[in-house]
Design a protein around this ligand. Structure first.
Ligand code: MG
Length: 355
């Protein structure tokens, strides 16, 4: 593991956007520490339900172990709520932030014997999304204006990301059978979005030159990666950009792992000349990021990925955990209500490389 080589300043980089201990400041609308703990508490029913149905756990013990997970995680949150600076035996929770709380939840699952409670839902959503992909690629290819086509692909990235079982609102929507890719894309909130650098990015792509090499940190399995990130990557490939899809090294929530992404990519490429050609030449590849969490600390990526980043001139961080909670000093859609923003708002932040 080593630092992501494209980080501008290792000394000041922190894999956390929100300071949970910052004293509340009237008017900034930022959640306080107790509200953050509440966000994690709200995630419990979804995690418990998936654990209780985990077919990898023997029939008779599933429910008991799911309860054990919930009890340990709930207890830990209660302790931290009472004393946010305390150390918890067996867990690394300090400094308390999004990363350490995500790790705490995963550790509690692991302590109860669960390794991948969202596996079956990832498998199903990958398969369902692959069925929808050919029509989506045809739809994109029928758009002759390059700028409009790239925008449509990017809107797909937002709609795919609604499939996020780590976010209580998205998980509830999913359980209710809502949040389909097509409906979501058609109903994205009107611009300007919470952070809206769409025109800057499209303008940069239009003015060229094409990016030489992109590394894209992908997020969730299913529509997120298959119908969102893959068509976006394919647009870049068409411009001659080489693309590395960096996926987690191990399971966390419904994030796709590198091991899962490789066969999905092969299936996606069947019948598509662009993807097939790019896989054949190596212009498109999958790499394990070294990450095991739904968020990412760019001080610790796999050496393999770091080495492959020579020549990368576009870094894409996608998803709430990777792009916002840990790597962006900007708004966070799940919390926008607190800021007077809109639930399911979009954030597209485009920064040019620092000199
Ligand atoms: Mg995720």
């Amino acid at each position: 593991m080593e630092a992501f080589p494209l980080l501008h300043d290792l000394a000041t980089y922190q894999a956390t956007t929100f300071d949970y201990f910052k004293p509340r400041c009237a008017g900034d609308g930022l959640p306080d520490l107790q509200s953050w703990l509440q966000v994690f508490r709200h995630s419990l029913p979804t995690f418990h339900a998936h654990a209780a149905q985990d077919v990898n756990m023997p029939d008779g013990t599933r429910k008991v172990q799911a309860d054990a997970f919930a009890a340990e995680f709930e207890g830990a949150l209660a302790s931290l709520s009472a004393d946010p600076t305390m150390e918890l035996a067996g867990h690394q929770v300090q400094p308390l932030n999004c990363k350490t709380l995500c790790a705490l939840r995963d550790n509690c699952l692991s302590n109860a014997g669960f390794t991948d409670v969202f596996l079956s839902v990832k498998v199903k959503e990958n398969a369902d999304s692959l069925l929808l992909l050919p029509a989506l690629l045809l739809e994109l290819d029928a758009v002759t204006d390059g700028r409009a086509r790239l925008e449509l692909a990017l809107r797909g990235v937002f709609s795919g990301n609604i499939f996020d079982l780590g976010a209580a609102a998205s998980a509830e929507l999913y359980e209710a059978g809502g949040g389909s890719f097509a409906d979501t894309r058609a109903q994205l909130l009107s611009r300007p979005w919470a952070v809206d650098h769409l025109d800057a990015f499209l303008g940069r792509c239009e003015a060229g030159p094409a990016y030489a090499k992109a590394v894209m940190f992908v997020d969730n399995a299913g529509p997120d990666v298959v119908l969102g990130m893959l068509p976006f990557a394919r647009e870049l490939l068409k411009q001659g950009t080489k693309v590395i899809l960096a996926a987690n090294s191990g399971p966390s929530i419904n994030d796709i792992t590198a091991q899962e992404l490789q066969p999905v990519l092969l299936q996606a490429s069947v019948g598509d000349a662009v993807l097939q050609g790019a896989l054949h030449t190596g212009a498109l590849s999958v790499m394990a990021s070294g990450n095991l969490l739904p968020v990412i600390d760019l001080l610790r990526v796999s050496s393999e990925l770091a080495a492959a980043c020579v020549g990368v001139d576009l870094v894409v961080l996608e998803g709430m955990g990777r792009a916002i909670e840990t790597n962006l000093n900007a708004l966070f859609s799940k919390l926008l209500r607190a800021w007077g923003g809109r639930l399911y708002d979009c954030v597209i932040k485009f920064d040019r490389a620092q000199a």
